[in-house]
Write a protein that binds this ligand. Structure first.
Ligand code: UDP
Length: 237
């Protein structure tokens, strides 16, 4: 039986934490190649894949502030961390034959293309994976917001929010609270009103205003991106 994807163009949000694997810090070789293999599976189904990579495995703006670094500077450092992760993911994808372009919202022409919306779309149409690095290019934002923004810009049908440990959204951290309730269906207003940790409020608002659906899934299980793309996991938001 032919496997037919339910989406033509997706934005995959990979948090920095997912790249760190069990270590909790830095880039885990096994994790990054597993993610690359999972992406390859969906590229082979002719799905256009854009990826937004986080940086929390290396640096987060908030952590920098705790060290006394000015917020904007700490955030720029965080955006640089996303570039390192993006290059690592590009390398892992190209190593298995998936043509990939990194586009950065902060100019660094020796390393990556600048973010140009129409060019990104052209790459996708040609079957290349596009990795969006440097977040939005602005401090005080997050890579979740970047995923929402880029999804709206490139008219992606859905955001696939890859989580490291959990496979959905809970009322509390299920590893800390045995009574944490798992949600089957939510609205972005629920996320905002209940202050759920699945994404920050800026990204939830942007998704809500632009009617972008979201699927939350665990990336630690091989084959999961393909399962989502084949419609085996329904949209949560
Ligand atoms: N960041 C930013 N603007 C953006 C995206 C990211 O300033 O548009 C900074 C921010 O400091 C953030 C860090 O980059 O903490 C890493 O991104 P994020 O925390 O979203 O990564 P993730 O949690 O997905 O690993």
């Amino acid at each position: 039986m032919l496997e037919s994807p339910v989406y033509k163009r997706i934005v995959l949000k990979v948090s920095g934490e997912s790249l760190a694997g069990q270590n909790g810090f830095g880039i885990d070789a096994g994790m990054i190649s597993s993610i690359a293999e999972q992406v390859k599976e969906v590229v082979n189904l002719n799905v256009e894949v854009a990826i937004v990579v986080g940086g929390g495995n290396i640096w987060r703006g908030i952590a920098g502030m705790e060290k006394g670094i000015d917020r904007a500077t700490a955030d720029y450092m965080g955006m640089l961390a996303t570039v390192m992760n993006s290059l690592a993911l590009q390398d892992a994808l190209e190593a298995i034959g998936v043509p990939t372009r990194v586009q950065t919202s902060i100019a660094m022409q020796q390393i990556a293309e600048p973010y140009i919306r129409r060019r990104a779309i052209r790459h996708l149409e040609k079957g290349r994976v596009v990795i969006f690095a440097s977040g939005t290019g602005n401090p005080f934002f997050s890579t979740d917001t970047t995923a929402a923004l880029r999804a709206a810009e490139i008219e992606a049908e859905v955001i696939l929010m890859a989580k490291n440990k959990v496979d959905g959204v809970y009322s509390a951290d299920p590893f800390k609270d045995a009574n944490a309730e798992k949600f089957d269906q939510l609205t972005y207003l629920d996320v905002l009103n209940r202050n759920l940790g699945v994404m920050d409020s800026t990204s939830a608002s942007l998704c809500m205003d632009n009617n972008i659906p979201l699927v939350v899934f665990s990336i630690t299980e091989p084959g999961n991106i393909k399962r989502v793309v084949l419609g085996e996991k329904s949209e949560l938001l």
